[in-house]
Design a protein around this ligand. Structure first.
Ligand code: FRU
Length: 326
């Protein structure tokens, strides 16, 4: 039988240095193991949009059949992604968008909705009255823009809720430790902090603790990862009050890419749903993700077994061949 066509997928990742991106990659690799005919390469732009542009150009030179991209910042990365698309190479945008409609499919959460849900949850927690501070993701990255827009929209429905301060970050905890203390000293009466991810939320908690504010200030994060420093654990430990689930979507991205490459029907917008994780459901979420992890390990063991059996089979074929030739 004819060998299956080989596909080359290039993945341009804005950063690969945190647990959420690691979970994304693990999901991709798991899904890719079902498509041995695919060669997959990742380039890590390390939060540098100029580097990301260069790396996508490298992909074009080396040759790819499909690009998966998480744009570090929407604007600067848009022209090169449009160029890829215009050359007829399908583009799957994963999590962080460009500013353009020129892409084949999107996989990821609806970040306006993530911000809105955070706003409604905050209103419930504060009984519609209080002062709110927002710790935003990196300026110019689409989730930071959209989470802010959704959050502000939701708060606007409650005249008793005021957004009194905003702090920009680079998505990582040290930037909060550096910038938040000064702002919080100016606004010691803040009741709630919405941080655009759980790493920032943990940083916000640490700053509140330094200033003796950790008992009064409630914190909401985003991501809801399982694992030791993940958002689910932070909720269980009472470090943050809630987090909005934001799935990394690695499996879904590869599945969509394969549909496109195999010319099967696919959806252009593949929105991964969000939900509030708080003390009422954190344990359930934790048990569920642990069970999922165990199932994934079972699948891996089965695949290894299958590989071993194939190897035995082909070596037996060789023995038969040698015997027949003798
Ligand atoms: C991981 C991350 C997540 C966040 C997402 C937004 O790199 O910072 O914490 O939800 O990117 O793109």
């Amino acid at each position: 039988s004819a060998p299956p066509p080989r596909y080359r997928i290039g993945f341009s990742q804005c950063t690969n240095g945190d647990a959420w991106r690691q979970a994304m990659l693990a999901g991709m690799k798991k899904e890719l193991s079902f498509y041995p005919e695919v060669s997959f390469r990742i380039k890590d732009a390390k939060y540098n949009s100029a580097l990301q542009e260069q790396q996508i150009k490298e992909f074009l030179r080396e040759g790819i059949d499909l690009l998966i991209v998480s744009a570090n910042e929407a604007e600067p990365v848009t022209p090169i992604v449009e160029e890829v698309y215009n050359r007829g190479i399908p583009v799957v945008i994963l999590d962080r968008r460009t500013t353009s409609k020129l892409y084949t499919a999107y996989v990821g959460g609806n970040n306006v909705e993530v911000g809105q849900q955070a706003g409604y949850y905050a209103a419930g927690l504060l009984r519609q009255r209080g002062r709110v501070l927002e710790v935003r993701g990196a300026p110019g990255s689409s989730p930071a823009v959209d989470r802010h827009r959704g959050f502000a929209q939701a708060l606007a429905a409650y005249p008793g809720l005021r957004l009194v301060a905003e702090v920009n970050s680079n998505w990582e905890r040290p930037s909060v430790l550096e910038r938040l203390p000064q702002v919080l000293r100016q606004h010691p009466d803040v009741d709630l902090i919405f941080a655009h991810n759980d790493r920032l939320a943990l940083g916000a908690y640490q700053v509140c603790k330094q200033l003796g504010l950790e008992r009064r200030v409630k914190i909401i994060g985003v991501d809801g990862l399982p694992g030791v420093r993940g958002g689910i654990q932070l909720v269980q430990d009472g470090v943050i009050t809630a987090t909005l689930l934001y799935s990394p979507g690695g499996e879904e991205a590869v599945r969509t890419a394969m549909k496109i490459l195999r010319k099967q029907p696919f959806a252009k917008e593949n929105i991964l749903s969000t939900m509030v994780i708080d003390s009422t459901n954190a344990l359930t979420m934790k048990l569920q993700t642990e069970q999922l992890g165990a199932q994934q390990q079972d699948i891996q063991r089965q695949q290894e077994l299958l590989r071993a059996q194939r190897a035995t089979y082909s070596s037996q074929q060789n023995v038969l061949y040698v015997l027949a030739a003798a």
